[in-house]
Design a protein around this ligand. Structure first.
Ligand code: ADP
Ligand code: G6P
Length: 741
């Protein structure tokens, strides 16, 4: 990342979603027509186009193969809508959109696993289309653009983009629920999906619950732990956050003043007469609870005959995904049920359910919101649900009753509505009765705080918060130390090494020279490592010290012949190369503390399958690498807390490392352990320190500022000057020294 940041005026926002904010269709006689796209994503983000320098990439909504027509569309969409259409092969698109996106991810993420099909061809097409998006973006992205990817059609895109644009600022927002781990784990490609998402710097969800589900899947499936929503992924840190999507509140709040809205409202009132109106507005989707709602309305008319001929349900349904079989079945079931209700209850001059199956322009939709005494928003599952918010915002006089499902994301913000369980028919009947009978003052009292919230947290605020967090993360990364050890640093380092007369190499072992293994015994050195250490240690003027948390016996058995000095148990014991004896730690570490703490550790070993206790001369260590990741990290936090209680006011110290919790005397640290090699006379004139763990930070702190300190793994929170990704990089650096000297 460039150290000075983007020059002014060069930043642009690239928004990427499956569907462009306008849908293209052909007009008879040639040319194209553009209509606003339906659905929460398009209607909310449409408002942004006026606000910022942005470019929107997505599919245009129809297939065009003729190159000259494609060109015409590129020009018109670019000029009129700041949009770039992506043209896909018809078969690929169908398998990706109708197939994997809407036939697998959509039902699964909305808790309809019985509708989800897991089809290899659809998955292959999904991957291929995500790659096509990535390639197209790489063609149009400029160096300082931020890229904001939206929704479940493009879950693999963040990591694909990260591969081609490693320094880009990438945000991702999921507009649908993220399901609980037990549902998500059903997906045969669950690892790939999560790995695809974590290429983003910032991952946003509508509610805290969805973010929590995502973090729990990350932990259980990829073993990635979080800390306040921050997750370390290789050498990057990503942030998982909650941003509840808002609407263009002002536009809805002012709609009642528009002349077309006023006249349409009068017409509607005239048609309806004195009846009360219940309104529902949805895409025709099985997640929206349309059949359950109709049944509840039918039961309401039966249970409360006094409302017959005094109330009418207007159901506005917009066609959606009509090629997916579950949607086609639903359409015929809805037709049938409405026909039955109207046949059974209808009277001359009273139609219990009025049904519109089309998209309406804004003014007509707003008139319906103003007409309706009750909005019945009862999805079985919904990521957010904007209709609920639009209804409240449009009713500028604060009247109207919102009946809202607890399983819509919006319920997290609209708690003063009549909250219902959409599966509970009796509860729905009761809520309808309560809604229709509610006095105006009570309606206004409930709506007031919700309307105030909608004004504060509108679409503008949503975008601002997401983008400012995304920019904040970029800034943090830019200023963040350590920096990646790049080729130019390597040249400098090698030069310093060559010029030096007394070189000191302080090397951690686990996670630095060898990757972690399932058990502590499994991480012994391979022949290449032994050779590498020998070749470095035998160079005159080189002093190689392996400073490890391991016990003395293991270190000696593994590394005793390399010619390196060995420091065991974070400094508790020292063995100089060529000597048999281990020097004891200079300060007393004996005491009864191990006996006292061992039972507590044993309780945690019993309660956590796969975990084990390791006893070292000066430490007790609980390892949980082989345990269930969720359980392991939860127990680690509990054990740490319990230990901290026990050891308060002692000279003991508890620390959490990589899948370990360790207690040892606080007088022992790798920083102090390095002392005898640092404070020599004359002092070393080249110092390299490699370490991956919190215990290695003490070494980074103990050496002079100009020393070459390199953190292996995530740079987050480290005091080292540089970082490298993993043990392979670390060994490669040492190899450069061994051959370049
Ligand atoms: P989803 O994103 O699942 O479609 P939302 O409730 O979040 O559900 O968003 C639906 C959006 O589509 C709302 O902005 C709503 O105004 C709009 N909409 C739904 N039905 C119609 C319709 N028949 N005509 C016009 N707009 C509609
Ligand atoms: C939901 C999804 C959007 C989608 C919209 C309409 O809001 O979250 O990504 O665009 O439904 O669905 P469609 O399949 O017509 O794009």
């Amino acid at each position: 990342m460039n150290d000075t940041g983007p020059p002014k005026g060069t930043e642009r926002l690239l928004v990427v979603s499956n569907r462009l904010p306008v849908t293209v269709s052909r007009v008879e006689g040639g040319g194209f027509e553009y209509t606003p796209s339906v659905g929460g994503l398009a209607t909310s983000l449409n408002a942004l186009r006026e606000e910022m320098d942005m470019l929107w990439l997505g599919t245009p909504g129809l297939h065009i193969e003729d190159p000259s027509e494609q060109q015409q569309l590129v020009e018109e969409l670019g000029r009129e809508f700041d949009s770039v259409p992506l043209f896909l092969e018809r078969e690929d698109f169908d398998l990706y959109y109708d197939g994997f996106s809407n036939g697998c991810l959509w039902p699964l993420f909305h808790y309809f696993p019985q509708f989800a099909h897991f089809d290899q061809r659809e998955w292959d097409a999904y991957r291929a289309v995500n790659s096509t998006f990535a390639r197209r973006i790489a063609e149009i992205a400029r160096p300082y653009d931020s890229i904001w990817v939206h929704d479940y059609h493009l879950l693999l895109l963040p990591t694909l983009l990260r591969q081609s644009l490693p320094e880009a600022s990438i945000g991702y927002f999921l507009h649908i629920p993220f399901p609980s781990f037990e549902i998500f784990r059903m997906l045969p490609w669950r690892e790939q999906i999560l790995s695809g998402m974590i290429g983003a710097d910032l991952i946003g969800f509508h509610t805290y619950g969805y973010a929590r589900h995502f973090l729990s899947s990350l932990l259980r499936i990829l073993g990635l732990e979080q800390n306040f929503g921050r997750v370390t992924v290789g050498d990057r840190v990503i942030q998982v956050e909650t941003f509840p999507l808002g609407i263009d509140t002002e536009r809805y709040a002012q709609a009642h003043e528009l002349p077309q809205v006023k006249s349409r409202l009068l017409e509607l009132k005239d048609e309806i007469g004195g009846e009360k109106v219940i309104l529902s507005v949805d895409r025709l989707d099985f997640t929206k609870g349309i059949l359950e709602r109709l049944t509840a309305y039918e039961q309401f008319l039966e249970a409360h005959p006094e409302w017959q001929e005094r109330v009418s349900l207007i159901s506005l349904l917009v066609p959606s995904r009509t090629r997916v079989p579950e949607y086609q079945n639903l359409k015929s079931q809805v037709d049938e049920q409405i026909g039955r209700i109207n046949g059974e209850f209808g009277q001359p001059g009273w139609t219990p359910v009025t049904y519109l199956y089309r998209s309406l322009p804004f003014e007509q939709l707003a008139s319906l919101y103003l007409l309706a005494d009750v909005a019945l928003v009862t999805p079985l599952r919904d990521g957010m649900n904007l209709v609920a918010k639009e209804y409240l915002a449009t009713r500028a006089d604060g009247t109207g009753v919102l009946v809202l499902s607890e399983t819509a994301g919006a319920a997290a913000e609209l708690g003063e509505a009549l909250i219902v369980n959409p599966h509970d028919k009796e509860g729905l009947v009761e809520a309808l009765h309560q809604a229709l009978s509610m006095p105006v003052e009570a309606q206004q009292a409930r709506n007031k705080p919700m309307r105030a919230r909608l004004s504060r947290y509108d679409i503008q605020r949503w975008t601002d918060e997401f983008l400012s967090q995304l920019h904040g993360l970029r800034e943090e990364r830019r200023l963040q130390l350590p920096r990646r050890l790049q080729d130019n640093h390597r040249v400098e380092l090698l030069q310093a090494y060559r010029n030096a007369e007394r070189r000191l190499l302080l090397l951690d072992y686990d996670g630095t020279l060898v990757p972690f293994a399932q058990t502590p015994e499994g991480a012994g050195p391979d022949a290449a490592l032994l050779k590498l250490l020998k070749s470095l240690a035998t160079v005159p003027h080189n002093q190689v010290v392996v400073i490890s948390g391991r016990n003395a016996g293991t270190l000696e058995a593994w590394l005793g012949t390399t010619g390196a000095d060995l420091v065991a148990e974070h400094g508790a014991r020292i063995q100089r190369a060529g000597e048999d004896a281990w020097e004891p730690f200079p300060e007393s570490i004996e005491g009864a503390w191990k006996e006292q703490l061992r039972p507590l550790f044993e309780v945690f070993v019993d309660r956590t399958p796969g975990s084990l206790l390791e006893e070292k001369g000066a430490a007790l260590v609980w390892h949980y690498r082989r345990s269930d990741p969720g359980l392991g990290s939860q127990r680690a936090a509990e054990l740490t807390e319990a230990l901290e209680g026990y050891i308060a006011n002692t000279n003991l110290h508890v620390l959490q490392g990589h899948k370990v919790v360790e207690v040892k005397p606080s007088t022992i640290s790798k920083g102090r352990a390095a002392g005898p090699w640092l404070h020599t006379n004359p002092a070393p004139d080249f110092i390299l320190v490699l370490g991956d763990d919190v215990t290695d930070e003490a070494m980074f702190d103990a050496v002079p500022e100009e020393a070459w300190t390199v953190k292996i793994g995530s740079p987050q929170g480290s005091h080292a000057r540089f970082y490298l990704s993993d043990t392979t990089d670390a060994r490669e650096l040492l190899h450069t020294l061994s051959t370049g000297s």
